[in-house]
Design a protein around this ligand. Structure first.
Ligand code: KG4
Ligand code: ZN
Length: 368
């Protein structure tokens, strides 16, 4: 963590961020210098996964209650790790959507209370925007760039034109990519979260053993679809039953290969569309699935072929965290763009309000 004395506490804007949109309770403190450089003074993330594990997925009521139980303590830890108090803050930011409404209310209400008591500006942050702007915090990246967001709740390709200016290029029309990994793991009897389990199993597998579909390949709009791929895995698993370890490994490797082919194709299309609108030379990847090595390799090849730089923030900042929320808050604060204290949480909050809604685009409004 940075040395706060060097950050001229009281002069460099310092923002507290709060994230409670799904199953991570997180608080973080971030500073932003006048020339737009960011630094993380603290970032505390507590996963609730153990509380949801018996149910095989996130239970909204349990999530909201768990946020209530630990948020105060997490905020206190974030402030103390940063070595500051509420009086040193310049603003307080909280995820206000999209996400599970109960959890959003917990974080946003806490932020409003802090803003009111300490006379601080409130910044209501869009969770997707927080993911989208993270590369600005981690490497000082300035728009325009293309973002591939691949998490448990979202799969989107966005052109980040500027802070506050986003063009949705593509989205999933059914499952999110992380969800497809999780469901594939479940049907193969592998532990949750499914992404790391599928990746581990795939290491010893032959990717050419099962011919699985490459959904949406070659379509002019860079949308995604993973429901059919998951069904194809189920059929292949049934046909090869009983499955031994080698068959599971081969299925996982074949699934990963199909995913990578699709994601690379869709991202190539998005890059070309984006480049017709703006000078784009960076592709940023965020979301938990960005941890996948086969996907990283595929995207790295694509980046070289398309002559763009591939940027993947450290994985702890690709997955849900509050540093990205604080940073998005700091970016808006620097533009004097703050929120009223009656700002309402939004279960659904598309980043690009002009994009045509796509039916069934991931678990929009649940997990991002
Ligand atoms: O961004 P994230 O941590 O949480 C939210 O969705 O909000 O993403 C979690 C998703 C899960 O679906 C998980 O299975 C997937 O990311 N994931 C992976 C890997 N690590 C996590 N998918 C593929 N390969 C991985 N190594
Ligand atoms: Zn997220």
């Amino acid at each position: 963590m940075a040395d706060t004395s060097e950050l001229q506490v009281g002069r460099t804007p310092i923002v507290l961020g709060i994230e409670t949109s799904c199953d991570e309770t997180a608080a973080a403190v971030v500073a932003r210098t006048a020339d737009g450089q960011g630094s993380i003074l603290s970032s505390v993330v507590r996963s609730q996964w153990e509380q949801h594990r018996p149910y095989g997925g996130v239970v909204p009521e349990i999530a909201a209650r768990a946020h209530v139980e630990c948020l105060d303590e997490i905020i206190a830890s974030a402030l103390s790790e940063a070595g500051i108090g509420f009086d040193d803050l310049s603003g307080v930011a909280a995820t206000a959507g999209p996400g599970l409404i109960g959890g959003l209310l917990v974080g946003l209400t806490a932020a409003k209370a802090i803003a009111l008591v300490h006379g601080l500006p409130l910044i209501a942050v869009n969770h997707l925007e927080a993911h989208a702007l993270t590369a600005g915090l981690t490497e000082g990246l300035k728009p325009p760039y293309v973002l591939l967001l691949v998490s448990g709740g979202h799969t989107q390709l966005l052109l980040i034109e500027d802070v506050g200016q986003y063009v949705r290029l593509g989205t999933t029309i059914d499952d999110a990519l992380g969800e497809a990994f999780d469901k594939t793991a479940k049907l193969l009897g592998l532990p949750q979260p499914g992404g790391p389990s599928v990746e581990k199993a795939a290491r010893g597998g032959r990717a050419d053993r099962f011919a699985l579909p490459r959904p949406m390949l070659g379509r002019p709009e860079p949308h995604f679809s993973f429901a059919g791929l998951k069904t194809a895995v189920r059929h292949a698993a049934q046909a090869a039953a009983p499955l031994d370890d080698q068959a599971i490994a081969d299925l996982c490797a074949s699934f990963e290969q199909a995913v990578v082919a699709t994601v690379v194709d869709r991202t190539r299309t998005a890059l070309r569309i984006a480049r017709a609108r703006a000078t784009v030379d960076v592709l940023v990847v965020a979301g938990g699935v960005a941890a996948n090595q086969r996907l990283r390799a595929g995207l790295s090849d694509l980046a070289s072929r398309e002559a763009v730089r591939l940027s993947i923030p450290p994985i702890a900042l690709c997955t849900d965290n509050a540093a990205m929320v604080a940073w998005a808050g700091a970016e808006h604060l620097a533009r004097h763009d703050t929120s009223a204290l009656d700002f309402a949480a939004r279960a659904r909050w598309p980043l690009d309000a002009d994009a045509t809604p796509v039916i069934g685009s991931g678990r929009l409004g649940t997990k991002a």
